[in-house]
Design a protein around this ligand. Structure first.
Ligand SMILES: [Zn+2]
Ligand SMILES: [Zn+2]
Length: 172
C-alpha cells in the first residue's frame, strides 16, 4: 500500500555516512493525472532513484515508471502504455553563485522531499498527445469509423483531415 510516503533525503546524514542512498517506492501520484481526460487510469509510479552526496552536492538519478491506460488522440480507442522517464535532479545547501549552475536546486533545509520533483518530472514527461501507435489511422472524417479496425472506403484519401470541413463546404 502507498499511504504517506515521504521521499526525503537528509543531506547531513548522507554526508556523514558517505554513502549513496537507494530509494525505491511505489508512489500514488493520482493528482498528477487529474485534469488529463486522455489518461483513463494510472497505476502506482515505480520510483527507483539513487542519491549520492559529494562535496556538498546531492545528485539524484534514476527512473520513474508508470503503467497508464490512455485514450488515443486520433482514434479514441483505449490502450495501455508503460512510460519510463529518466530522473535527474541536483541539490545543494550552499549556492555556488554561478549563473550556469541554475540547474541546481538550492535548499534552505538539511533535507529535501523529492515528491514535488517527481511529480513535476511526471507532468513534463507524460505523452502530450497519446497515440495507440505511430501508424494509427484515426477516425474517418466522413463516417466517423475507426480506420484501424475497418477500411470504410469513404472518398477522402486526398483530403487533408484539416481541410475536410472546407471540402464539405464546396460540395454544396
Ligand atoms: Zn489510435
Ligand atoms: Zn468513412
Amino acid at each position: 500500500m502507498f499511504g504517506v510516503i515521504i521521499m526525503q533525503i537528509h543531506l547531513k546524514d548522507m554526508a556523514l555516512k558517505g554513502l549513496s542512498v537507494h530509494l525505491t517506492e511505489d508512489m500514488d501520484a493520482g493528482p498528477v493525472f487529474q485534469g488529463r481526460k486522455d489518461i483513463l487510469h494510472a497505476g502506482p509510479v515505480h520510483v527507483d532513484l539513487h542519491a549520492k552526496h559529494e562535496a556538498g552536492i546531492v545528485e539524484v538519478n534514476g527512473t520513474l515508471d508508470v503503467e497508464l491506460e490512455l485514450s488515443c488522440s486520433r482514434c479514441l480507442s483505449n490502450f495501455e502504455q508503460t512510460i519510463e522517464l529518466p530522473f535527474q535532479e541536483v541539490f545543494t545547501q550552499t549556492p555556488v553563485g554561478d549563473d550556469d549552475e541554475s540547474e541546481i536546486h538550492v535548499l534552505t533545509e538539511d533535507k529535501v522531499d523529492l515528491r514535488p520533483y517527481i511529480e513535476e518530472n511526471l507532468v513534463m514527461g507524460l505523452p502530450y498527445i497519446p497515440l495507440c501507435g505511430e501508424a494509427c489511422k484515426g477516425l474517418c472524417p466522413v463516417c466517423g469509423g475507426n480506420r484501424n479496425v475497418r477500411d470504410c472506403g469513404c472518398k477522402q484519401e486526398k483530403i487533408d483531415p484539416r481541410l475536410a470541413g472546407l471540402a464539405d463546404f464546396f460540395k454544396e
